[in-house]
Design a protein around this ligand. Structure first.
Ligand code: IMP
Ligand code: MG
Length: 170
């Protein structure tokens, strides 16, 4: 399998990150914020976002998997949970991609039961899907097609995460 074509350039992605960071800076001005990064796919977006934030912010991580190869398994697995109490905190989840909606809808259910003050989501790439579970994503990067994509944190069997752009595989 080789990289077929570049779908979204590094420049476009970086411009989007600055735009989203500006919105987040405005929305959380004067508030404490915890960025909850979802590993592994969001690691590049989290670090690019971090460099553009101008807030009282801290960073926490969870590791969740739902995919094996390029097929959804239909359930999520928490590989690494939070090690802090989030009750009364403002949480902003940063996720790589939205496809069936399973990951984010399950995650929201889990986190809401822990009584945070607020939960919002930033997701870099939004795919269309026939049976998508609806989730409210406040900070959206790009709407893309349904092809399997790699790069900017996204992998195929652990590869291609390091690409600074988004690409489709052939
Ligand atoms: P969902 O749970 O179906 O919404 O899918 C979200 C998760 O599936 C993401 O966090 C990714 O790990 C993975 N995923 C979905 N589509 C792609 C893709 O095109 N490339 C790489 N990973 C994907
Ligand atoms: Mg993921």
């Amino acid at each position: 399998m080789n990289i077929a074509k570049k779908l979204i350039s590094e420049k476009e992605i970086q411009e989007k990150i600055v735009h989203l960071a500006n919105q987040i800076n405005n929305d959380y001005k004067g508030k404490e914020l915890i960025i909850l990064g979802i590993l592994k796919g969001a690691f590049i977006a989290i670090s690019d976002l971090a460099k553009n934030l101008n807030l009282d912010v801290s960073f926490e991580f969870m590791s969740i998997s739902s995919y094996e190869g390029s097929e959804s398994t239909g359930q999520i697995k928490i590989e690494k949970d939070l090690d802090i109490d989030i009750s009364g905190k403002n949480i902003l989840i940063v996720e790589d991609i939205f496809d069936t909606g399973l990951t984010l809808s399950s995650l929201i259910d889990i986190l809401e039961s822990r009584n945070p003050k607020s939960i919002e989501i930033m997701c870099m790439f939004i795919k269309p899907h026939d049976k998508q579970i609806p989730v409210d994503i406040k900070y959206q990067g790009f709407k893309i097609g349904s092809d399997f994509v790699v790069g900017y944190g996204l992998d195929y069997m652990g590869r291609f995460r390091e690409l600074p752009y988004l690409a489709a595989l052939s």
